[in-house]
Design a protein around this ligand. Structure first.
Ligand SMILES: Cc1cc2nc3c(=O)[nH]c(=O)nc-3n(C[C@H](O)[C@H](O)[C@H](O)COP(=O)(O)OP(=O)(O)OC[C@H]3O[C@@H](n4cnc5c(N)ncnc54)[C@H](O)[C@@H]3O)c2cc1C
Length: 722
């Protein structure tokens, strides 16, 4: 029997992709809770695992080895991922603030944002130093420093803060630079004794490692200021340092001070259930203070809190009893020592060497393995009895969103031929163009409509993409956007969640239309199985619109955005795209093209590259202009990851239909991307050759990854690769 999707009734918002939240999401994905809508907020698409950071710094691991891919994790558990840093929480209104978008409403929230090692009181550190936390920023800065071959040798490094984390970091950095043959001076600085909090035996073994790695110690001495290449100590001495790291103490994030929750020295005080002073807000990991039983800041507590948080969040949603968290008194510490050696410390016993490193490596890899091989999205299970051709129609992969979910060019053309010829004198047919031209009281107006099946769960990003996409037809005609109406299908939600979602869609789409000079004046909303956002848009043409027809032999072809959104989002659905690639592709899709259209307003012909792919839209331009196209495949800009995914066999749902229009073109990973359906893709313009260089430079100066991708010649409407 058909069972429709269940409505969502409650919003759970996880702030920060820290260790505890990552594990909660993993468990949630294995056992979703019907009715709950999950959101994760994190500044970037990945979150590094601290246990492997020293090994990465030392050069034993690659960056991707220690990154938890939050895009894949969010897809696995059906959570929307908001890429941004929260900077405020209003427990009364139940809103989280993330700059650049409307506040995010929640019913239950949890904070797992870690700490920072910034040193705002140390002059020069903010500009010339790199805090060890957040780990992601630190890892990127170190990677850039380590791989910068242009730097003068030898390289000097220093770590301020002589605790265990500082010791691990300085040993790892010294080891990495030694292996490169670049180690100059490596210094560990502390205002007290180095490893003053560690047991004498741990301190003894690590001190031995310092001397083996040629690490100098500066103890019981403060730092006055940090300058490029130099640290000034309080006793007047100077330490050479081209890369200065801070690992001294744990600072809470400043914004928590204004979150309206009870704090202890800036950390969110929680009780045994991990609830803060507001029972609807939980806090875990380093940013939480265990008021009932304080503990030092260590990832092991964040990891152990995860099952309790998972249970208690669900218990609040199902009205079940909450569980108590009992932190362990001691835990196994495994400390990296530069080379592939580690020091173990538990119950007063110490053990070190290569075997301990191997043991630590196995534990860390096992932790990360949980996130590396997430189960794939289940294929629809067909009932035993069905039409004979249903499996073929269903295909072997889930249907794409965005333009990958459009009807094919062939089906569309066949249906359009059945349309009755135009009867009105004030409407001009523009064969192949997506917008129609209408004469209204002496004014030329273009009108178009477009809508997209959701490709991400965040209505804000989806609305931005849909608005840019719908405006594409107007911009491609060099018309000025005028007015829009919205056509929305919302998934089943309670009235409260409907209101939240609608506000997010309308405010974010409104910003795009407003910036384009147009207003949203109304629309229509209905409820369906899944989110779909579309707009009908009009534009005014002060002069003759630019259409597909009109290109001249010898015109240069210019494309304003790289290709690849179809293949990247198809891979994202299959859990096969890297989070960084997806985040970059979404940013491209959200990029408006108003400025590009103005720069290209003198084009002989123009279109926007969408569902039919570059090849389909270029062929349309060739047919309307009666020309052939030469495409320089090597010059076609591609999104990061697109070629790799295409080479791996990933294709969008619409690919085969698109590919069928030019069976003569050679196949291949990059050639196939010419047929990749684009969502909110770039403008493709035919430009007079004498102006092409100037126009291209203007586009690049305006922030577009524009490229000259070929030219038009006399001949039948065909594409040729050069
Ligand atoms: C060099 C080093 C080595 C370490 N080694 C170990 C070890 O071996 N074992 C151990 O137990 N501990 C170790 N620690 C400590 C460990 O790093 C932390 O205790 C652990 O990372 C805490 O996890 P967490 O869940 O609190 O948050 P984190 O892992 O710090 O993650 C916080 C997340 O929140 C995000 N975030 C930050 N601000 C915001 C915001 N405003 N909005 C949204 N998201 C935000 C961050 O980008 C990040 O993804 C080490 C620390 C260092 C510096």
């Amino acid at each position: 029997m058909y069972s429709p999707p269940l409505p969502a009734t409650k919003d759970v918002v996880l702030i920060g992709g820290g260790h505890a939240h990552a594990l909660v999401l993993l468990k949630w994905g294995m056992r979703p809770l019907p009715g709950a809508r999950l959101t994760l907020i994190n500044p970037g698409p990945t979150a590094p695992y601290s246990g492997m950071l020293p090994g990465f710094v030392a050069g034993h691991y690659q960056r991707q080895d220690l990154d938890i891919d939050l895009v894949k994790l969010a897809r696995f558990c059906g959570a929307r991922l908001i890429l941004g840093a929260a900077d405020g929480l209003d427990p009364q209104a139940r809103l989280v603030n993330v700059p650049g978008r409307a506040p995010i409403a929640y019913d239950f929230a949890s904070i797992d944002v870690g700490i920072t090692s910034e040193m705002p009181d140390l002059p020069g550190f903010a500009t010339h130093g790199v805090p060890a936390k957040p780990l992601g920023t630190f890892a990127s800065s170190w990677e850039a420093f380590r791989s910068d071959q242009g730097r003068s040798d030898p390289a000097h490094i220093a770590v301020i803060g002589g605790g265990v984390a500082g010791a691990e970091l300085v040993l790892a950095m010294a080891h990495a630079l030694s292996r490169q043959g670049r180690l100059g001076q490596a210094t560990l600085i502390d205002s007290g004794p180095v490893l003053g909090q560690a047991s004498p035996e741990v301190a003894k073994r690590l001190r031995r490692a310092f001397s083996e790695h040629r690490v100098s110690l500066v103890e019981n001495t403060g730092v006055d200021r940090v300058e490029p290449g130099l640290i000034h100590l309080s006793d007047g001495r100077e330490v050479l340092s081209d890369f200065t790291t801070g690992a001294a103490g744990a600072r809470p994030h400043d914004w928590l001070a204004g979150a309206g929750l009870t704090l202890h020295q800036g950390f969110v005080t929680v009780d045994e259930t991990l609830q803060s002073s507001d029972p609807n807000v939980f806090a875990v990991g380093d940013c939480a203070h265990l008021g009932f039983s304080p503990r030092p800041k260590a990832g092991v507590y964040a990891v152990r809190q995860a099952p309790i948080l998972y249970h208690n969040l669900r218990a609040r949603l199902t009205a079940d009893p909450l569980r108590r968290y009992r932190p362990q008194k001691d835990y196994l510490k495994l400390i990296s020592m530069g080379r592939k050696e580690a020091l173990g410390d538990r119950f007063g016993l110490q053990f070190s060497g290569a075997l301990v490193w191997g043991w630590k490596n196995r534990i860390d890899q096992a932790f990360m393995e949980q996130f590396r091989h997430l189960p794939q999205m289940e294929q629809v299970k067909l009932p035993a009895e069905h039409t004979y051709d249903l499996p073929e129609a269903l295909g072997d992969k889930p249907m794409c969103g965005g333009c990958g979910a459009k009807a094919g060019r062939g089906a569309l053309r066949a249906a359009l031929t059945a349309l009755t010829p135009l009867q009105r004198q004030d409407v001009t047919a523009l064969p192949g163009d997506d917008a129609a031209l209408v004469q209204t009281g002496g004014v030329q107006q273009v009108i178009t409509t477009d809508h997209l099946r959701g490709l991400v769960l965040d209505p804000v990003v989806m609305a931005r993409i849909a608005a840019v996409h719908a405006l594409g037809d107007i911009w491609a005609m060099a018309a000025a956007p005028q007015v829009a109406t919205a056509n929305l299908i919302l998934p089943r939600l309670t009235p409260a969640l409907q209101q939240r979602t609608l506000s997010e869609i309308m405010s974010s789409a409104g910003e795009i239309f407003h910036a384009a000079g147009a207003d949203i004046v109304g629309g229509h909303t209905s409820i369906g199985d899944e989110l779909s956002i579309g707009f009908t848009v009009t534009g005014l043409c002060p002069s003759a619109p630019v259409t597909l027809a009109g290109a001249q032999p010898g015109d240069v072809l210019i494309l304003t955005k790289p290709l690849g959104s179809g293949v990247i989002m198809a891979a994202e659905m299959a859990g096969a795209a890297k989070g960084d690639w997806v985040a970059a592709a979404l940013t491209r899709m959200c990029q408006p093209q108003g400025a590009a259209a103005r720069i290209l307003s003198g084009a002989h012909a123009m279109t926007d590259v969408t569902g039919f792919g570059l090849a389909g839209h270029l062929l349309g331009l060739c047919e309307a202009s009666g020309l052939a196209a030469q495409v320089d495949l090597a010059a076609v800009p591609l999104m990061q990851g697109a070629a790799e995914l295409s080479a791996g066999g990933i294709r969008s749902s619409l690919f085969e239909e698109n590919r069928a229009i030019a069976p003569g073109l050679p196949r291949g990973a990059e050639a196939d991307l010419l047929f990749d359906p684009q969502t909110a893709g770039g403008l493709l313009a035919a430009i007079a050759p004498e102006t092409a260089d100037k126009v291209l430079k203007q586009l690049q100066d305006a922030g577009y990854s524009a490229a000259r991708i070929g030219s038009l010649t006399s001949g039948t409407a065909e594409l040729h690769l050069i």
